[in-house]
Design a binder for this molecule. Structure first.
Ligand SMILES: [Zn+2]
Length: 826
């Protein structure tokens, strides 16, 4: 392709400021946005022609545009100079009344999961594209006013290779081979406009008059077919339940769920065309935990069709309205209306410590009104607070108000602002009109103040103590339960605490505060309880209480309140196999088993790994063949194994009931690699034998885990961008690089990491920037020197804000682990 204009210099795009968004919204109304894309001509770039029609009060403003190069710019029939485009913004002078801007540009496909992401399936070499406009990536697909409260109907015309299908926010027609038309759509915010294109495999269905679709890469067609009934069953049941709860019909026509490769988040709620990470499909067995996560993700995105898509936050500081609401509603719908009645248990293992960790960390913020001054700052608030804490607070509010008032307010809010935008004040107003009364004390205590209270039992004084976050005097009333182990078994009774000390009568046995996680607090079990858990936990039947117990042990350990040796004793007595899922591996573990392996064991006394391993092996043998608990126990046994022969034995002959599938094979290979018991050639051969996308990621992890200098250099080249790789491979290489026991080998990379932080922001953009900073953090260099060096970098004002924020989080975790080691020795 040729262009009359030279390639653009890449001035760093400025993130949209809230004040700028307010001014632009006051000036403009967008009437329509027509986008023509040509995805067929090139694999590096695509042409994008946008016609924006809008009404203006007249005056200067700007359009967001992040092209590779511009072909032409025409405003109201007159060409504009390309110099008007600076740092992702095209300055324009609008006239009062109707305006039309036509932008003809060449855009770059991306490989970091944002904009139009293009990937090649290693299984068959076929190309796939999906659009991710969130949070400020839309302008790298089409020209737009990129802010949530300038909604417009969209029309897409897409040229694509003839063997591709194209999907979008409205049903697509295919008038001739290689040509697709989509829309006009209902009014959409820019951040959830998408196009999905490629030789995808499709399944269609219909429910209650709503056409349903599923799609996945061709190489995953078998997995999609095998799971279609599960996926569609959850979708149908969730749609029915949401219709029942809200009494408002799904508003975006058909409902397609596209499983796409190399997706950063779990999923994205694009109206009519949700995108989900295709690791949720597998040609091998999926654990029940993975199925529950998938079901709750489906329901979460479906809930967004009302909260987020039908009614959209005016600005990003209300993103909790999207995420907390979808998290709470999605889990509730799955637990109440599908076969996954244990969804709340899984939610507890997956989310509770993520949220509490964030709320206790250096970057804590209130759930609501987080003060996001620009889109980039808001992106950083996609954390455990906006999801887990916010959902917990909404659940508390639901308990307090009851469904009639709670849902009455929600429905009033949705009807009043349908296809528009609203704020949290609108929602609270709706709840108050529905009969909730004055909610200001509740919102002040739970939504507008950050940091959790600490709740602990002081058995000697016979009180439960409530300690507000340091430096805050927040009046909070906690409604929770109290589980007391008595001679006849556990008894549970309600407890309400608001004072600093609340008298309780609990005897001498084990006591668990908040056993069903009804409130939001750092709950610390007392010493007598932790000791009793060695005998109590193996026989405790209440699944929610088991999850709460593990979460309390984790949080207490990480905050220096329990000796790691005591937690190991509990893990040996009752390996946490009820946490049914432990993938994907993350630099900061969210679930119990990876936490146990990555965080607890390196701090525990010598021999702890072997004790946990022996317990996991025994549990694998004791559980019924093929059961979820057996699989879960074997995963723990593999992750803690130190004897290569044992691992190779499982590869050759897995325990009865377990298949030697791709998942097992790569778990074993990763562990063998960490132990130095295999080489790069064996890993390369395993990938070549079964070159799926999942295998490629695990290969990256394993390759980076090998204890030799070449492997570490191989991983490092991915961080610096010397070897550009897609997002998943990058994260896997980072988590592989740092392994306990390889400290001498990785020592040179500690300083290299801190020195590279200035350039890493240029190499990795958007979502992936934070992921890279976290995954490559020298987590195993557990020393005062590392901590001091990290703090020195944090003090550097010139550090990129995303880099700093992630570095602050990971540094805080390092400081906490150092404190545990100093206190308890290991
Ligand atoms: Zn969401």
């Amino acid at each position: 392709m040729t262009s009359p204009l030279p390639d653009l210099q890449h001035a760093a795009p400025r993130s949209l400021q809230r004040t700028e968004a307010e001014a632009r919204a006051a000036l403009l109304r967008v009437e329509s946005c027509e986008v023509e894309l040509d995805l067929a001509s090139d694999v590096e770039t695509f042409s994008s022609r946008t016609t924006l029609r809008f009404t203006s009060a007249g005056g200067a403003t700007f359009v967001d545009l992040k092209p590779r190069r511009v072909r032409s710019l025409v405003l109201n029939g007159r060409p504009l100079d390309a110099d008007a485009l600076v740092g992702g913004r095209l300055g324009i002078d609008t006239v009062p009344g109707a305006n039309e801007l036509v932008v003809d540009a060449v855009m770059a496909f991306r490989t970091d999961g944002e904009g139009l992401h293009r990937s090649v399936d290693p299984a068959d070499g076929r190309h796939y594209v999906y659009g991710m406009s969130f949070m400020d990536a839309a302008p790298s697909i089409f020209a737009c006013f990129d802010q949530p409260d300038l909604k417009a109907p969209y029309t897409f015309t897409v040229r694509a290779p003839r063997d591709w299908v194209v999907l979008g926010n409205a049903p697509a027609s295919n008038p001739e081979p290689g040509l697709w038309r989509i829309g006009p759509t209902p009014p959409l915010s820019t951040y959830f406009v998408t196009v999905v294109a490629g030789p995808y495999y499709l399944i269609r269905d219909e429910h209650d008059g709503i056409p349903l679709g599923l799609s996945a890469r061709s190489s995953l067609a078998g997995a999609l077919e095998a799971d279609a009934e599960d996926l569609l069953g959850v979708t149908r049941a969730s749609l029915d339940e949401l219709h029942r709860l809200f009494g408002i019909r799904y508003a975006f026509g058909d409902y397609h769920q596209a499983f796409v490769p190399e997706f950063n988040a779990g999923a994205m709620e694009n109206p009519g065309c949700v995108t989900l990470r295709d690791q949720m499909l597998s040609s091998t067995r999926l654990s029940r935990g993975a199925r529950i996560v998938r079901a709750t993700t489906i329901a979460h995105e479906l809930a967004h069709q009302w909260f987020g898509n039908l009614v959209t936050p005016r600005w990003w500081d209300d993103l909790w309205l999207n995420e907390s609401f979808a998290e709470y509603t999605g889990t509730r719908v799955v637990a109440d209306a599908t076969e996954y009645a244990d969804a709340w248990v899984d939610n507890s293992y997956l989310r509770r410590c993520w949220g509490l960790g964030a709320d206790l960390g250096p970057n804590t913020h209130p759930v609501a009104g987080n003060g996001a001054v620009d889109a980039l700052a808001a992106l950083q608030d996609f954390d455990g607070i906006s999801y887990a804490k916010g959902a917990s607070i909404l659940r508390q509010l639901n308990t307090r108000l009851g469904d009639e008032v709670y849902l009455g307010g929600v429905v009033d809010h949705l009807r009043r602002h349908a296809f528009g935008n609203a704020t949290m004040h609108d929602l609270f107003g709706a709840w108050e009109r529905a009969g909730a009364g004055d909610l200001s004390a509740f919102t002040d205590a739970w939504l507008r103040t950050s940091g959790p209270d600490t709740i602990s039992l002081d058995r000697a004084s016979g009180v439960v103590r409530r300690t507000p976050p340091a430096g805050q005097d927040v009046a909070r009333t906690h409604t929770l339960g109290l589980a007391v182990r008595e001679a006849a078994g556990w008894t549970r009774r309600p407890l309400e605490i608001s004072a600093v000390e609340t008298p309780v009568d609990v005897g001498t046995g084990a006591v668990l505060l908040d056993p069903h996680e009804q409130t939001w607090a750092l709950v610390l079990p007392d010493e007598a309880t932790v000791e009793a858990l060695v005998t109590e936990l193996p026989v405790l039947a209440d699944e929610l209480q088991r999850a709460a117990t593990w979460n309390q042990l984790r949080m207490a350990h990480d905050h220096g309140a329990i000796d790691p040796a005591r937690v190991v004793d509990v893990a040996v007595a009752a390996p946490p196999v009820e946490d049914l899922e432990d993938t994907p591996v993350r630099a900061v573990p969210r679930r119990t088993v990876p936490w146990l392996v990555q965080t607890l064991l390196p701090l525990a006394p010598a021999g702890s790994r072997e004790r946990v391993h022996a317990a996991a092996v025994a549990r694998t043998a004791a559980e019924p063949a093929g059961s979820e608990h057996q699989h879960s126990a074997l995963r723990l046994a593999i992750a803690t194994a130190t004897d290569p022969a044992t691992l190779r034995g499982w590869l050759a002959a897995p325990p009865p009931g377990i298949d030697a599938d791709l998942d097992l094979r790569w778990r074993v290979l990763v562990r063998l690699a960490v132990l130095g018991a295999c080489d790069a050639a064996e890993l390369d051969a395993a990938l070549a034998a079964d070159p799926t996308a999942q295998a490629r990621v695990e290969h990256s992890r394993a390759r980076a885990s090998l204890p030799d200098a070449e492997a570490k250099a191989w991983a490092w080249a991915r961080f610096t961008g010397e070897t550009p790789v897609p997002n998943y491979d990058l994260e896997a290489a980072g988590t592989g690089l740092w392994q306990p026991g390889q400290e001498e080998l990785t020592a040179p990379y500690v300083e290299r990491y801190f020195a590279a932080l200035d350039t890493v922001a240029e190499v990795h953009r958007g979502w992936v920037r934070g992921t890279a900073v976290e995954a490559f953090f020298p987590a195993t260099a557990l020393s005062q020197e590392t901590l001091e060096r990290a703090r020195e970098r944090l003090a550097d004002e010139s550090l990129d804000p995303t880099v700093r924020r992630r570095l602050a989080d990971t540094t805080d975790l390092l400081a906490r682990r150092l404190a545990v080691r100093t206190r308890y020795g290991a």
